[in-house]
Design a protein around this ligand. Structure first.
Ligand SMILES: [Zn+2]
Length: 172
């Protein structure tokens, strides 16, 4: 397992549309393990493969990290089958958009389907944080960042903040 560097906006590689995984094999599981390692090392709760420069439809998540406990979740080739008309607003952040948190409105509940790390097909109903995270991560597979959901003005303010944070990090 290895920790891989996470790309940050406005890196053009984050705009790539990810390709489906053809078979869930040892190479896929190696990618999953690297993604989990990289996500935990960065203190994140979700990561899409494209964020470490691998444009494949693979997502990892852990919404239950507490006192060193881990509950890794793996979503391969995820699809949304249904989304509620009802919307929910969460303050979102992203390992590829560090230091920025903004409220984003998305469907409150979804029904989704994916393959797990053994290639087994799973259908699930999600609401709350899980529904939001899944939609946020699935956006990455289409090359979309959460700041793309903001108004043009809010997005440009966020990107300016991001550039400033990056410069501070480089000089300090
Ligand atoms: Zn993200």
């Amino acid at each position: 397992m290895s920790i891989r560097p996470i790309l940050t906006a406005p890196d053009p590689r984050l705009k790539a549309v990810s390709a489906p995984v053809e078979s869930v094999d040892a190479e896929t599981r190696r990618l999953v393990d690297d993604m989990l390692e990289s996500m935990y090392a960065a203190d994140g709760i979700g990561l899409a493969a494209v964020q470490i420069g691998v444009p494949k439809r693979v997502i990892v998540m852990d919404l239950d990290q507490k006192d060193g406990k881990r509950n890794p979740r793996v979503y391969i080739n995820p699809k949304i089958l249904w989304a509620s008309d009802e919307l929910a607003t969460f303050e979102e952040g992203c390992l590829s958009v560090p230091e920025i948190w903004e409220e984003v409105e998305r469907p409150a509940r979804i029904k989704a389907q994916h393959l797990d790390r053994d290639g087994k097909r799973i259908t699930l109903d999600a609401d709350g944080l899980l529904a939001t995270c899944l939609q946020h991560e699935m956006d990455h597979l289409e090359g979309v960042l959460f700041i793309d959901h903001l108004s043009r003005l809010k997005r440009s303010i966020a990107l300016r903040k991001l550039q400033k944070a990056k410069r501070l990090k480089e000089t300090g």
